[in-house]
Each structure stands twice: as structure tokens, then as C-alpha cells.
Design a protein around this ligand. Sequence first.
Ligand SMILES: [Zn+2]
Ligand SMILES: [Zn+2]
Length: 335
Amino acid sequence: MRREPDYLIYSMEQNDNWQYCTCEACQALAEKYGGQSGIMVWFVNQVADAVKDEFPDKFVGTFAYQYTRHAPKNIVPRENVVIRLCSIECCMLHDYDDCEQNKPFLQDLKDWSAIAPHLYIWDYVTDFRLYCLPTANWNTLQTHLQDYVNNNAIGILEEGDYQTVSCEFREMRSWLLSKLMWDCNADVKSLIQDFTDGYYGAAAPYIREYLELEERILLREGMHTLCYADVWHEMYSDEFITEGRRIMGEAKAAVANNPDLLKRVEKEELPLCLLQMVRMPQEGIKNGADTLFQKIVRQEGINKMTEWRHEKNADDYIQSFQQMAREAKEEQSTK
Ligand SMILES: [Zn+2]
Ligand SMILES: [Zn+2]
């Protein structure tokens, strides 16, 4: 804090994994303070006490994340401590009070809200395993924010495709989130109308038709998704892929004479091309999903497509699609 005085919050956080200390002394502390978060608060409070006289305007931050997500008992964070509650285990498709996956998180939010003097949120708004995958969280971006605000959260990080530019509707997603962070009760439908009209021009009605398709199919009964679905998630039905590409075809036709708008629309076909090539490769090759995927990737300068170390990136997909196309051609010539 002496060396880098320009910051407001100085974080002392757990590692990004589930390996907490299991020694006897820590187990005793966890027992006393209601779990692992109790140890973190006990520790961070001591740091907060040590710096408060010299740095009365600064804060010490820590996570409520993974094994520290539940609020502690018999201990509360000091006045100069910031708690950042992380929503990584949540279903992105449903409200926090309307999904079994989310109810425990809502309880944690309420529990932290009752004891944290300054509550921040670290929220996840896209698919980190494959950034471009369609994520139909257009309504919950709002309802989740409303829950944070209603539970006294005063700061938020909305984590998106920070490593790339390949997130689905990244421009609209960022814009919508910015608007909702100013006013979490704004009308999402009219914001989307405003953005699509302004950004996609004559293709806007088709983009909205595609968003309705997402709502109808990806949000159908029984679907849930965390922020790391893969291409085999059951919400991505064949109908979604085929119908999505049909609508995108009409969207492109509507702006065919405007290269800038066409590029914006075309980019949103990337996930559909990928889904079709992986899940329905014969149709994909017949409909040119492989070559369109490659064209969009080059056009947008995309390589990284995932946060995960062992998942494929754009060049890996291109190579495997080229291989598939060669094999299909050979098969045809032997027939
Ligand atoms: Zn220990
Ligand atoms: Zn759900």
C-alpha cells in the first residue's frame, strides 16, 4: 500500500482452486467461525486492523468464492474490509429465487449482506469454456443485478470474454450491461430494440427473431446452464442450429449492400457454424458452415475461443473442419 498508493482496495484472496488448508489449527478455526470463510475473515480482519491507522481511506478486500462462498458465523468483517461474492456456481438462465442451482447462492448473498460493511460482486455473464456459445441470459442479466442491488451490493465486476472478441453478441451484451449498471430497472426489451435498430440496421428485425428463437429453444423447460457449457449441451438442439442459420441468412440478405452492417451480422453466425460443424457435420459441410467459420475467424481476428487450457481454439477447429471436408470429398469421389 505504501509502494502502490493509487488503489482503493487491496485484495488478500484465496487461490483459484479448492485446496484449502486442512491442518488441525485451521480446522479448529473453521469450526469456531462457521466454515472456511470464517478463517479468511479472521485473517483479513487482522490485516485490516494493521493498516487502518496509516491508511484510513483504503480497504482490504477478499473473496467469498468456491469454498469461502458461505458467510461465516461468530465473526464479521471489519469496517475497512470489502467482501467480493462470486456467482460462479450459478445457473445463468434463471432468477436466483427460481432455480434449485441458484437458491443456495441467494441465501449466501443475503447472509453476506447482513454482515459485510461493503459488499461487491464478481459476476459471470458468458460461457468461459467456449466464449462464443449462445447464452440466453438476456433477462437474468437484469434480475441478477436487481438481486445484488436489493441486497446492498455497491460494486460489481461483470466478467465477460476478457481474453478475446468471440463472445456471442459481445457488443450488445456490454452495452446492455452498462445500461443496467446505471439503472437495473430499465426496460430490457426496449434497450435491446434500441441497440439492434442502431447497430444492425435493416437486419435488426431478424436479429430480434433470432433472440426469440434463443428464448424459445435454449430456455425451454428443464434447461439450466452454468458459465461453462460445451457444444453438446442439450439446449443446443438441431432445430436451434438449422433455424438459427436460416434466420441469419435472412438477416445477411437484409444488409447485403452494406459491408459494415453485413460484417456485424455475419459475426453472430460464428457459434451456429461451430455448433453445426461439430454436431451435424454433414449438413455443416453442405451448407458451407466450415468455410464461413474460417472467414469470420479471420475477419474478426479471433484465435482464442476458450478460457480453458485444454479446450480448442479457432485454429484447431479450422484444421479439424478442413480435415472433415477433405474426408467428405474423398467419400463422395469413391461413391
Ligand atoms: Zn492450517
Ligand atoms: Zn436454472
